[in-house]
Design a protein around this ligand. Structure first.
Ligand code: F0G
Length: 465
């Protein structure tokens, strides 16, 4: 692979030979400069800030929202490969590659909304819902964005795609690259991502580099690499990723028959997902798909709370970086790239930002597991955050709330095993103590293989309740 800067291949598709799809352009979120093409680092050539994609379909007047809803609903009974994808089904609100042959899909999206009755009761709400993005093909919400961005990499003719990751992006990228016949380069912080995520990248054939740094260090290096080498970057700095991730909100609203919930709560790491969901909500309002905006709140781990501190200490005007530390390794990020986008969507929707303790995360994760659903630790910050927001009176008891569960329970089995064995916080001094977790623990029991031992254990368990 020659180490030279390639020409700009991230150009838009303003005019299409087949007249299908939508046209779009890039807009800088800082200086508002508009361009038809983006450099490989997806930063504004004028001021260096991030780009977002603007779609003609969301800015022209006269969108027939009723016809869109009808056509999206009808596609649910179609067997066309694009209609089977819970992302491409909404293609009128996405940038679409000129040639549909370049679209790489694993039938992402199509994720369920579950009710969480026991979590609702514990939280003091009559009803509580979870949109489970962990039910995507590689087990996280990343697939919804990856199908779009990887398709554009394919169309632009890249041989290599790359990302820095806390694990889920790399698993997703490696899968989509493999499907497309592209090579993938993964940069992950050594010792700080779960084995199951790492093993996915290996199995999908990525060149996986465990770097002696944290996620922020990996991302810094990747940004340098893409300026030097013809490697297409698939982090959420890439605005095509966020376009795909918008469909989480489109699908959710469709599942609610377009009656907006009062509140959507999402975990915050690099802050791409909250930005994408916020953009989707705003676009849905602009074109008349929904009558009002739900509040969008972002929850972080206390040890990785850059957005929370940015809002609290700097009024959302400048980023307050932190040295991130949390067992919810997916969101162990101290220098989030999309902080400005996230501040804007939280403000525009009237949501909140807050942070939660390690104990609260572990407790919330076990409570979601006890519903027969489960999620990875980073997703559980949403329930822990909701409890805080209800306690503060920010979420009222009669509100409809949706938690976005971003990753599957199986993504971090070590966390789950340590939790149930009582080893998770062993030797650590937590102010709130971890005693509150004991009733939620279900450690495995080792027994002699006799009926007597088995019945004795059943009776013992029944007694405890
Ligand atoms: N939840 C999970 C399970 C994640 O993997 C991530 C991010 C987030 C929440 C936060 O989302 O970054 O859009 O604010 N994971 C990235 C990765 C950073 O590399 O897999 P965000």
């Amino acid at each position: 692979m020659p180490l030279s800067v390639t020409s700009d291949r991230n150009s838009n598709a303003a005019s299409r030979p087949d007249g299908a799809g939508v046209s779009y352009w890039f807009r800088c979120i800082g200086c508002q400069a508009v361009t038809a093409t983006a450099a490989q680092d997806f930063r504004c050539a004028q001021c260096g800030n991030l780009l977002e994609i603007n779609l003609a379909s969301c800015t022209t007047t006269g969108v027939n929202s009723g016809a869109l809803k009808k056509s999206w609903r009808e596609r649910r009974s179609s067997n066309h490969p694009l209609d089977l994808s819970g992302v491409w089904r909404y293609r009128e609100l996405l940038p679409v590659p000129v040639s549909k042959e370049h679209i790489i899909t694993l039938r992402e999206g199509n994720t369920p909304v579950y009710e969480l009755p026991r979590c609702a009761r514990r939280t003091g709400l009559p009803r509580l819902f979870a949109k489970h993005q962990g039910m995507n093909p590689t087990g996280s919400f990343k697939d919804a964005g990856m199908t779009v961005a990887a398709s554009f990499a394919k169309e632009a003719g890249y041989r290599w795609v790359a990302c820095a990751s806390t694990g889920n992006t790399s698993a997703s990228m490696a899968a989509y690259a493999a499907r497309a016949g592209m090579r993938s380069l993964v940069l992950v912080p050594e010792g700080k991502i779960s084995w199951s995520k790492l093993s996915q990248a290996l199995d999908y054939g990525a060149l996986t580099c465990q770097l002696r740094t944290d996620f922020d260090g990996c991302l810094r290096l990747l940004q340098e690499l893409v300026r030097r080498a013809p490697v297409y970057q698939l982090n959420s700095i890439n605005p095509f990723r966020l376009e795909g991730q918008k469909t989480l909100a489109l699908e959710l609203l469709e599942q609610f028959d377009w009656a907006p919930p009062d509140h959507i709560i999402v975990p915050g790491g690099n802050l791409g997902n909250s930005s994408a969901i916020g953009k989707a909500l705003q676009e849905m309002l602009d074109i008349g798909l929904i009558p009002r905006l739900p509040k969008l709140s972002v929850i972080q781990a206390e040890g990785a709370n850059a957005l929370v501190r940015t809002v609290r200490e700097a009024g959302g005007e400048r980023l307050v970086q932190v040295q991130a530390e949390t067992r919810a390794t997916a969101i162990r990020i101290g220098n989030p790239a999309s902080w400005e986008k996230a501040v804007r969507v939280v403000r525009a929707t009237g949501g909140a930002v807050d942070d939660v303790s390690e104990i609260a995360i572990a407790q919330a994760k076990a409570e979601i597991g006890a519903e027969g659903i489960g999620c990875e630790p980073a997703s559980a910050v949403t329930l822990a955050g909701l409890k805080k927001l209800v306690h503060q009176g920010f979420v009222k008891p009669d509100e409809t709330v949706v938690l976005v569960l971003t990753g599957n329970l199986l993504k971090d089995p070590d966390f789950t095993m340590e939790f149930h064995r009582g080893e998770l916080f062993a030797g650590e001094n937590h102010p709130a103590g971890s005693d509150s977790l004991t009733p939620l623990r279900h450690p495995p029991v080792v027994l002699d293989a006799t009926l007597e031992a088995l019945i004795g254990t059943l009776e013992q368990t029944e007694k405890i309740g």
